[in-house]
Design a binder for this molecule. Structure first.
Ligand SMILES: Nc1ncnc2c1ncn2[C@@H]1O[C@H](COP(=O)(O)OP(=O)(O)O)[C@@H](O)[C@H]1O
Ligand SMILES: O=C(O)[C@@H](O)C(=O)COP(=O)(O)O
Length: 422
């Protein structure tokens, strides 16, 4: 098997977002969890998305895991490597977007990598290097209060430069408007200026097609699903991939109990939880009790066990910025995050032990903790619930999952998801 596109995603929700985008664009795509075994038998596919949980770990570890994934993809002949990062550029000054991009680019022998988190379908646009979330600059959007990586600078040239060894340049919208050759020429000029990465502007899907075509002339790029879309379109346009219809036969209904877990504290998820209260029983975890060593997970599981026979339930740790800040001030940001993720993973494991085979998880790190605990190796990509969120079917057992990026989905996301998971 020779892959047209190899992808390394820095979290699991981001990976399913990308797998969804590539599938919709006509690429036969599989999402693996972690770096697969060397001898993993794959169906005939155009793209593999290797999901890592590397967004919020020390930069050295993120680089090592990404390199391991890159070697696996290279060994399968991947024509181009896309490092999938968040469309809101979630990272800190310590990394990991810069260090991983530097490492993958250097390993591939490339002088420069094109970088863009633009994803217009979900209202992420980049203009003169500044990232907008809807109508708001990144640093004024709810992402300024993210529990793990608060984004307080909208200028991505600056953000990336602070975490990269490479100098960072800009490919502005005026250049993108002139087409792929102009973008390639700009990349060459930036290399001559000593730059090793270039933030690229993009406002519309047509800009992504231009960036995808330019990125494809080099071996490595970094971006969100928007760049994935651009690369997929360029692969199809160049004849390297014959577009395939999405695989609609993922297996029959599974039925049985269903549950939702939310660990995201994004504004979108907080609204979706409030809406779900009208549709299903909702249990809110008390992070302070959990962090004080009380068995909140066990109590939530006992609560769920009494109800899952009657319909779906939702268990959430999610809280607004002030409550999150109070918990973090007392227990530390990473310790609080990990303890809550671990509780969510234990709850998921308990729910599955009680027969749940339809599981919706909100939050990238939360999804990573849950999927790792359940030991799921890979997913096939099903229909789209909302922009950036597909239904997933596990490859090794009968189970439906939806892994939702905190920020994605409409107001009734949980009910919308369960409708597509029969
Ligand atoms: N009430 C809370 N207080 C503090 N941290 C929390 C709370 N609820 C969840 N968290 C943590 O916040 C982080 C949310 O990240 P994530 O799951 O990736 O969501 P998103 O997709 O919105 O980024 C996780 O580490 C989670 O454990
Ligand atoms: O690109 C995106 O916005 C998503 O695919 C993504 O990476 C989501 O991350 P979380 O919000 O942490 O789930």
């Amino acid at each position: 098997m020779t892959l047209a596109l190899g992808c390394i995603a820095d979290d699991y929700t981001g990976a399913s977002d990308l797998a969804n985008t590539l599938t919709k664009a006509g690429l036969r795509t599989v999402q693996t969890i972690g770096v697969p075994a060397g001898d993993l038998a794959l169906p005939e596919v155009d793209a593999v998305v290797v999901s890592l949980k590397s967004r919020s770990i020390p930069a050295g570890e993120a680089v090592a895991r990404s390199r391991e994934a890159a070697s696996w993809l290279d060994a399968r002949g991947a024509g181009h490597l896309l490092f999938k990062v968040c469309s809101t550029f979630d990272s800190t000054d310590a990394g990991n977007i810069g260090p991983v991009t530097d490492a993958l680019r250097e390993d591939a022998g490339e002088a420069i990598a094109l970088v863009t988190p633009a994803f217009p379908e979900t209202a992420r646009t980049v203009y003169l290097g500044h990232l907008f979330v809807g109508a708001m600059p990144l640093a004024e959007s709810p992402l300024k209060d993210h529990p793990l990586n608060p984004m307080r600078d909208s200028n991505l040239v600056r953000v990336l430069a602070r975490q990269s060894r490479a100098e960072v340049g800009l490919i502005d919208l005026a250049t993108v408007a002139q087409g792929a050759e102009a973008v390639s020429a700009r990349l060459d000029a930036l290399v001559r200026e000593g730059k090793g990465a270039a933030i690229a502007d993009a406002v519309l899907d047509r800009d992504l097609a231009v960036l995808g075509a330019a990125a494809l002339t080099r071996k490595v790029s970094t971006g969100a699903s928007g760049l994935g879309l651009g690369l997929a379109r360029a692969l199809v346009a160049s004849g390297r991939v014959a577009p395939a219809a999405a695989d609609t036969d993922l297996g029959g209904p599974i039925g049985g109990p269903a549950a939702c877990l939310a660990g995201s504290c994004s504004q979108a998820t907080l609204g979706q939880i409030a809406r779900a209260e009208a549709a299903m029983p909702v249990r809110r975890l008390d992070p302070a009790r959990l962090l004080a060593g009380e068995d909140e997970a066990g109590a939530a599981l006992a609560w769920a066990a009494e109800r899952i026979g009657d319909g779906p339930v939702l268990i959430a740790s999610s809280a607004g910025p002030e409550d999150v800040a109070a918990v973090q001030a007392r227990y530390g940001r990473d310790a609080a995050g990990h303890a809550i993720e671990d509780a969510m993973a234990r709850i998921a494991e308990g729910l599955v032990a009680r027969g749940v085979r339809r599981l919706v998880v909100a939050g990238g790190e939360t999804s990573g903790a849950v999927v790792d605990r359940l030991g799921l190796p890979a997913f096939r990509v099903g229909p789209e619930i909302a922009a950036g969120v597909p239904v997933l079917r596990t490859t090794d057992r009968d189970m439906w999952l939806a892994l939702k990026s905190g920020n994605f989905g409409g107001p009734d996301f949980f009910a919308d998801a369960l409708r597509l998971m029969p």
